[in-house]
Design a protein around this ligand. Structure first.
Ligand code: ADP
Length: 213
């Protein structure tokens, strides 16, 4: 069946370095998993890595547990260490979908530096746009289904505040770099997924010419 994914040639698709960002509840995790599968690259979620560290009781987990529970951001240095190690692994060297990283302008600069040391560069920064009313509705729904501890209403409002203050400036940052792809995330997940593939495929030629390796 022909669809948006077919517009990405296999060689190009499997070497894409893409990040997904947007407010909490915008569907980054769902979309990152779907997109990574389509592109045959790993989905790398800092939130998931931190939650696993907490569940496993590691030193990292003990360090970040209270921060996650409060809806604050883990400090940039700790986050950089985790991402640097993950991006150095063999499976990520040929492409990746990043979910939830970067989340601050400092983290964006760190990511650019990490990729430069690999002789690589980002291909696209996909911004999932969802109205705040819908974000709150989704997170409270997730909470009722026995979901995440940080989906409690008071933590949700703090996560939204932190997003506005620290992460929203990334929109302008990636716009200036010519990497920003805005996608309407206020639709069923499958439709959002197709829109992401379309926006990546439509810019395929630009992506190829910008690539460093
Ligand atoms: P959401 O975007 O819905 O908040 P995530 O799974 O991306 O969900 O993140 C969950 C939590 O993990 C965040 O609230 C934060 O505490 C921590 N976290 C995830 N990614 C980062 C990051 N890049 N920098 C700092 N903290 C992070």
């Amino acid at each position: 069946m022909a669809d948006a994914a077919d517009r990405l040639s296999p060689a190009r698709a499997t070497r894409m370095r893409v990040l997904l960002f947007g407010p909490p509840g915008s569907g980054k995790g769902t979309q990152a998993a779907m997109l990574a599968q389509r592109l045959s690259v790993p989905a790398i979620s800092t939130g998931e890595m931190f939650r696993q560290a907490v569940a496993g009781g590691s030193e990292l987990g003990r360090k970040v547990e209270k921060i996650l529970a409060a809806g604050e951001l883990v400090d940039d240095a700790t986050t950089a260490e985790v991402v640097r190690a993950r991006l150095a692994q063999a499976d990520a060297r040929g492409g990746f979908v990043l979910d939830g990283y970067p989340r601050t302008l400092t983290q964006a600069a760190t990511l650019e530096e990490i990729l430069r040391t690999h002789g690589a560069a980002l291909d696209a920064a996909v911004f999932l746009e969802v109205p705040e009313r819908e974000l709150v509705r989704r997170m409270s729904g997730r909470r009722e289904q026995g979901g995440r501890a940080d989906d409690r209403p008071e933590v949700v409002s703090e996560r939204l505040r932190v997003y506005q203050e620290k992460t929203a400036p990334l929109v302008e940052h990636y716009r200036e770099l010519g990497l920003l792809r805005r996608v309407d995330g206020n639709r069923p997940a499958a439709a959002v997924g197709e829109a992401i593939l379309t926006t990546l495929g439509d810019r395929g030629d630009d992506l190829a010419s910008r690539r460093v390796v």
